[in-house]
Design a protein around this ligand. Sequence first.
Ligand code: ADP
Ligand code: SF4
Length: 589
Amino acid sequence: MRIAVLLKDRCQPKRCNLQCIKFCPRVRTGDETIVMGSKGKPVISEELCVGCGICINKCPFDAIRIIGLPEELEGECVQQYGVNGFQLYRLPVPREGAVIGILGPNGIGKTTAIRILAGEELPNMGKILDKPTWDTVLEHYSGTEIFNHLEKVASGEIQTAMKPQYVDMLPKVHEGNVTELLEKVDDSERLADISQELFIDTCLDRNLAELSGGELQRVAIAATVLKDADIYFFDEPSSYLDIYQRLNVAKVIRTLAQTKQVMVIEHDLAVLDFLADNVYLMYGEEGAFGVVAHPRSVRSAINTYLQGFLKEENIRVRVKAIKFETKAPRDDWKAEALVSFGTLKKKFESFELETEPGTIKAGEVVGIVGSNATGKTTFVKMLANEIRPDDGEIDTEVKVSYKPQYIEPDFGGTVRELFMLELEKLAESGFFRNEIAGPLSIEPVMDRLLESLSGGELQRVAIALALGRGADIYLIDEPSAYLDSNQRMEAARTIRRAMEKSGKSGMIVDHDVYFIDMVSDSLMVFDGEPSVTGHGAGPYNMRDGMNQFLKDVGITFRRDTETNRPRINKTDSRLDREQKSSGEYYYQG
Ligand code: ADP
Ligand code: SF4
């Protein structure tokens, strides 16, 4: 079975010579396999195409996909967005008493799938010319596993609640303060309890526009949980949350699942592992198609995903398996000190920070972990001499390039124009192209307007921009937000290689433990009372840093026997108690 997809945001017929049409051998022999459509973009006939792949290679903007799909997917298309548009195959099935996870790359229909299950979108089953109605949908799915669910949604017998992906949009769609928003949705009069459980009781009087990303995320989660629904969907609940908040949110969601149905899309694998019972892996190609694989236990799903081969489906999603080290990396590597600092102190009106002395080496990537609002950015700004410490010495002045946590697409032009403006000649250097833009897959979005990018695309552009500037220290604040698990691993690799090659240092603030494991040579650990006091120490070697950090969080990790990946221990399990008493929270051996 063959599908033809045109990635419409890439296709630019005004800027090419319509090579797809000119070189298609079928067109040359006189049929209409590719013709110019009424919307000014080529239309490819799936019936006439013989799958030679010439158009894919000829298109200068890499906008065409001709894909052979397994025959068993025939008739299983759930949703197709127009002629030669994205196609979703199969749906995950919600289950009583379990948290069902969905795991897969960005742009392959995860959000589409849960919107359909929530009744927010009617699927057309691939029949793009007919407008779907609940009658046609129920007729199509009659006798299948998902029928009962869809029927109950259609008849209003079950109510659904959804936490959307982009919480940054919340202040744009709701005016007013947190209480006003939550009161509107509070069917169960649990506002006081839930806001305490999610630690947002202190921001109830504040306007949504004044909240940080982490606070907005928890307000959005509270608004979802407060609704009296039968099935709850959470699209990426962990973005912007620190690890304490992630674990806490996971507990709130798990409690909810004891009496309700819950589905979650999540890219933080340690959190997903802790949160979900069963997981549907999804595979496909960004913007072209997505297939929901059959459900697996959470352990088997994550292992399969990391190993990259879906045996039952006979599908390879990754060439090389992703491996984790059980032993802490060596910390005796020799490199010059890039910057050394003594005890630094800084006091603001309502926040006080103290950091212990330390040294950052050239080429080193320092992971920075700890609660939100405990002074991580303030510390780096002191290194950059943007803020003067009240007390303490820094031996050399360093230049810092900074990727902020929240990125606003406030530039009217394309990605290429942004790079040319900000990076000037550096944007054309081989180093930038091969070591940064290439691995971060920036090329396909180069000619897109910044404001048209998805969260994950914008994140990759922002990382590339920060890494592309000339500096001594690269402070990258929460690079994992909106990236899927694969992109996180690629980003980690890119940051490490760029630092190694340039002999500069990276300081990476992130809350995804797998990401921190992959990106860091050493760790700085921040703690304190968020927004009141902060204390920073390190860089430590990975073993000491992880032990110190996880002791503070109160969790230990065991290793998966098959893949070595870290898994959060159940609190008070035998392993948890043993590891806590021996002081080994993360590494074994
Ligand atoms: P994911 O959640 O896996 O990132 P999405 O479901 O958001 O994926 O999107 C899958 C594909 O469908 C993307 O290419 C997206 O641009 C496209 N898409 C999503 N919603 C619509 C829509 N309403 N109309 C047209 N295309 C859409
Ligand atoms: Fe024509 Fe199909 Fe070959 Fe593309 S893949 S050039 S549409 S026959």
